[in-house]
Design a protein around this ligand. Structure first.
Ligand code: ASP
Ligand code: MG
Length: 456
């Protein structure tokens, strides 16, 4: 049995969903499909929270908007009157429930994390109902089951939950044995689980990849396939390097590193559960389903250049904290990181020298981060500064550190392109080398690196 994840990018509109339905009908018998919401729906649901807080009259607009959005898709998927009416009734109940949550927020004037997470899951609940009903209408044995009924157990952390694997495995084992069959197509809404106390908790934005990985491990899948509207992991971003190539094989480590720097193929946490179970992840292009795509496995496949991909993200900024003797004083880093944690800010990376601590944050968090450390009293540092016009570049390949000359080759290429390196992080991962450059020199940097490692 395979577990297959279908992302929102494959569910852009009715036509796209119809193409996916045909693919599922042809290839998915006996498999489990973990779904995202239809494209853009989670954003609409989350934006609705603010609107519901603003005014009660907005709630009907949000619900009608969602209904219309999904009805456009259903119109293309199902032509027959009776199933269409049944589906509309079934979804009517779902919209009613969602409406009640929005009203709850409006009346209490408070959007608690519990409510926010509950509301955010409705996109996945709806897509699972629509897809399974469409298949049933086409005469295929299909159904869906909600994570709370299946027993995908989470640690209860709102908006950033993790699965509790042993309990989830137990629950899925029992459920699958009783309900799954060789011809059946089962849908599970991705993105969330349920805590032992019964709280619905999401795995963070984009978390349905992680859900699929959890299900794959818990259900003992032969493979985890991620169906996407792209070929797979590439040697660079095709927007920068149009002639970049597909990477046929990657290790878990390489895939995780590439996900962190924003290749956008996989959610960074997907690798966590499957790595322990040794299940392979196959990235499959739905436009070309027979193509090989990228395969992520435990085996190391070293290419002649060792480096597999050049990647970057512009979603970074540096918070610099100057203090004398940073490396010789205890407690300073903990005061700073505690204050950032209290403000709900994630630290991407830390580099320290004797006089300066540099914290890498998401660009959207930098102002808030700056303010939060300013408030520490008494201030443990002398001066702080924010640098935003930077980008984080990485070269990724397992064995990077063991092979002589790769860093030299990388930095020589960057220097020959007239680019100054602002900060380097090397040695924390076995599969990546990271450095910061000014954003205006990003294109030059990527081109120089791709050319030295892949065009030779
Ligand atoms: N629908 C959720 C989101 O947009 C989860 C996902 O698609 O992976 O974040
Ligand atoms: Mg996604």
């Amino acid at each position: 049995m395979k577990v297959i994840k279908i992302g929102g990018g494959c569910l852009k509109d009715g036509q796209a969903a119809n193409a996916i339905i045909e693919l599922i009908a042809k290839r998915g018998k006996g498999d489990v499909f973990v779904l995202s919401a239809f494209y853009g729906v989670t954003n609409i649901l989350i934006a609705g929270i603010e609107k519901a807080l603003e005014s009660e009259t907005n709630i009907a607009l949000i619900i009608n908007g969602l209904r219309t959005h999904h009805n456009h898709i259903i119109k293309i998927l199902i032509q027959e009157d009776t199933p269409k009416k049944q589906l509309s009734r079934q979804l009517g109940d779902v919209y009613k429930k969602l409406e009640r949550y929005y009203y709850g927020i409006n009346f209490t004037r408070e959007a608690t994390p519990r409510m926010q997470d509950m509301i955010a899951t409705f996109g996945e609940r709806i897509s699972a109902i629509i897809l399974s009903k469409t298949l049933v209408t086409r005469g295929i044995d299909s159904s869906f089951v909600l994570p709370e009924d299946l027993g995908i157990i989470s640690d209860g952390k709102f908006m950033d939950a993790s699965a509790i694997m042993d309990k989830t495995r137990q629950n899925l084992g029992v459920w699958m044995a009783a309900n799954m069959g060789p011809k059946k197509i089962l849908f599970i809404p991705g993105f969330y689980g349920v805590s032992e106390k019964g709280d619905i908790t999401t795995f963070g934005r984009g978390g349905s990849d992680y859900s699929a990985a959890v299900v794959a491990v818990a259900a003992g899948a032969s493979v985890l396939e991620i169906w996407k509207d792209t070929e797979g992991f590439m040697t660079a971003d095709p927007d920068n390097i149009p002639h970049c190539k597909l990477i046929p094989k990657l290790t878990y480590e390489e895939a995780a590193e590439l996900s962190y720097t924003g290749a956008g193929i996989l959610h960074p946490r997907t690798v966590e559960p499957v790595r322990c179970a040794g299940i392979n992840i196959a990235i499959k292009n739905t436009y070309n389903p027979d193509a090989k795509g990228s395969l992520i496995t435990p085996d190391v496949v070293t290419t002649p250049t060792v480096v597999k991909s050049v990647s970057y993200t512009s979603d970074v900024a540096v918070l610099k904290i100057y203090a004398s003797g940073v490396g010789a004083r205890y407690g300073i880093l903990s005061q700073i990181t505690k204050s950032l944690a209290m403000a709900g800010i994630n630290i991407k990376s830390v580099v320290t020298s004797q006089t300066c601590i540099s914290l890498l944050l998401s660009r959207g968090d930098i102002e808030k981060g700056y303010k939060s450390i300013e408030e520490i009293k008494p201030s443990p540092y002398r001066k702080s500064a924010v640098v935003t016009d930077v980008a984080l570049v990485s070269i990724v390949g397992e064995g990077l550190h063991k092979n002589r000359g790769i860093a030299a080759k990388c930095f020589t290429a960057v220097s020959d392109a007239n680019v100054n390196i602002e900060m380097i992080s090397f040695g924390t991962s076995n599969a990546a080398l990271y450095f910061l450059v000014r954003e205006e020199s990003l294109d030059r940097t990527i081109q120089a690196l791709h050319s030295i490692f892949f065009d030779g």
